[in-house]
Design a protein around this ligand. Sequence first.
Ligand code: TRP
Length: 454
Amino acid sequence: MIGEREHWTTRVGFILAAAGSAVGLGNIWRFPYVTGVNGGAAFIVIYLIAIIIIGYPMMVTEMTLGKKTQKNPVGAFKAMAPNTPWWLVGALGVFTGFVILSYYSVVAGWSLAYIFRAIAGFAPGMDFAELFYTTIGVDIGEGPNIITPIIWHLVFMALTVGIIAGGVVRGIQRWVKILMPVLLILLLILVVRAVTLPGSGAGLAFYLSPDFSAVTGQTFLDAIAQSFFTLSLGMGAIITYGSYLGKDSTIGDNGGWVVGLDTGIAIIAGFAIFPAVFALGLEPGAGPGLTFITLPAVFAELPAGSFFGFLFFLLLSIAALTSAISLLEVVVAWLVDEKNWTRAKASVLMGLVIFLVGIPTSLGYNVFGDFSFLGMDVLDTYDWFANALFLPIGGLLTAIFVGYVWQAKRAQEFANDPPGKIPIGDWYGVLIRYVVPAAIIIVLIFGLIDTFAG
Ligand code: TRP
């Protein structure tokens, strides 16, 4: 679009868009699981501290950079520090958005496929591991199913492109105002179902009883990493959404809403998952196995279980879609602002390229089944580069840039204009200059040690 930059037309529109970016696969399965293995309520306390001293100040920082410059991440750094290499931090963000979306869409495609698996019916006695393998394309004897997962990946990318091509107000804002309330309602229905199952108490106990003996150094690392990634920080998604904020928006309050919604939804998701898993005497496994193998087995045992399974995978797909649009928006905003592309051309062409780049991650379960990078398959390799390297490096450099180059004092002043109910005090400078960089460096180093020595 040539001319005026679009702006969110309501405050709720921005908050729901940013919360939609934050609430994703990370909230629905990763947070509950990480909490479970790290001592339940003990972890939640540490996590909340990490959210407050690392997540919130970074959220405020990215929103401020976007609102101040009214630009995509590359343009934002160029505007703040012209003729310096700092724009490369923005470029890393755009590249990271590109990479994350390419495989996020493959996993989201599995979730879409499972909406229809649920409609077809989850029945007791079904082999749910086999169902999952056929969905992702693993050869279970009848030859690998290469095409189906790629088609679901294509369908998901098409949905993402469709929303982003519509623009900020008529695309993103219109859809998050529909999808986020639906997401919340679906989640609450599933929580009520789970906690009213006979035997759900064991799951609540597993989730909530603070087990301090499970707290180790790793617990703190997990809490910091999760607080950072669940809020979509470190790659300019929040800079980009912040760039559509008008002058009268209040950064401290908006940041508080987004962080609060993301944290609340993560904690609530645990109440939907653990009571149900334990009520049926199953073990809470890790990662995709919990979501795509254990949970369908749970639904198979419930009365009207296929219906609840349908609701769950709809929820998961919506959560993924509202995150995916923010990833594509970073790439599109860069091409529209910096290269004068039309929004329609940028959305469709980049959607197509990202779809193609994602295909190898899908083929990691058949054609590229022998691929291994430090023992990881293709999808885990993409994910490792994004999460262990690009996001922490992007976040670290952003914090250093705002803390020392722009100067925390000036960012603080800008964030307080106009003042809201949550003032950004002098604590902001301390956190963004010292605490946040130190925490990210620790996570980055221990993450690398863990990968290469573990
Ligand atoms: N926050 C998303 C989740 O919890 C994942 C994510 C990390 C993300 N960084 C992002 C999403 C950047 C959009 C943009 O699943």
